[in-house]
Ligand binder design. Sequence first.
Ligand SMILES: C[S@@+](CC[C@H](N)C(=O)[O-])C[C@H]1O[C@@H](n2cnc3c(N)ncnc32)[C@H](O)[C@@H]1O
Length: 309
Amino acid sequence: MNQNYIFLIIALVSFLVILWFVKNRKFQTTDSVSDAYDTWTSDRILEKLWGEHIHLGYYHDPSKIGDFREAKATFVHELVKWSGLDKLPRGSRVLDVGCGIGGSSRILAEHYGFNVIGITISAEQVKRARELTKSSLTCTFQQMDAMNLEFKDGEFDGIWSVEAGPHMPDKQKYADEMLRVLRPGGYLGVADWNSRDLTKKAPNLIEKMVLKQLLEQWAHPSFSSINSFQKNLSMSSFVGSQVETDDWTRETLPSWWESIFEGVRRPKVFLSLGLSSLFKSFREIPTILLMNWAFGNGLMQFGVFRCRG
Ligand SMILES: C[S@@+](CC[C@H](N)C(=O)[O-])C[C@H]1O[C@@H](n2cnc3c(N)ncnc32)[C@H](O)[C@@H]1O
């Protein structure tokens, strides 16, 4: 069957399923975020389909999609290079803010020799991250709120945060806290899902509806624009350099289709986890398709941010 028809069928079925048993994961407090990630972690669906990284992949040639998991590892190395974290010597202390189940943290420890602490709001993620981490790796995990980091000023040589920002109800506090715990001269690298600058071009009705879904389906209080988060970082009293940004939408865009493909490539996952996992996965497809549309049409942008402490 033609691939386009397969996608159409997947989209139609998933829209029906979502209409059928949708339960909202609208952001209420940070507890709603930890509840959502506790469930996404304990049911193992995301991990079995997408691996240990809950972020987009980086494609040097976006017309060629390949291995989603390899693209995610590539993403980590590209952000390390771009943000300058690779200039830090082995043994440097790096904080991974919103670490998921530790995919990036383990690469930072294993390939760059960093001493990494990963923090996440989800207790289940901490548990799973610890299970997945070999005792030989210099990498530990704690449950903590990114907006209230339990570390002293300047404790870290590097700060890393990938796709955690949209969950933060107070973006300024998120920026301030990361820079507070970064030592003067240390390196910060952040990657995020951003909306375009809606103050410059207001969203039309369809875009408003899409943004509402993207916020409410995955426990996001709000999206920053690249400009506004750059301002949040620049306004911190601990920032030591100009904040630079880039837009990696083009390089990361294939990830949305790839994340659906992974389900088609790995049907055994649904057999091993039971039929309910198939329905749960279908529930995510409309949001993934809307993300693909929003990033592909300029409503959303994949922003990366770097600066020194
Ligand atoms: C999309 S996942 C990204 C995970 C990880 N950075 C990765 O790339 O695999 C978002 C992460 O942010 C974490 N998070 C959300 N809100 C948080 C908060 N207030 N404090 C700490 N972590 C938070 C979630 O628990 C989750 O681990």
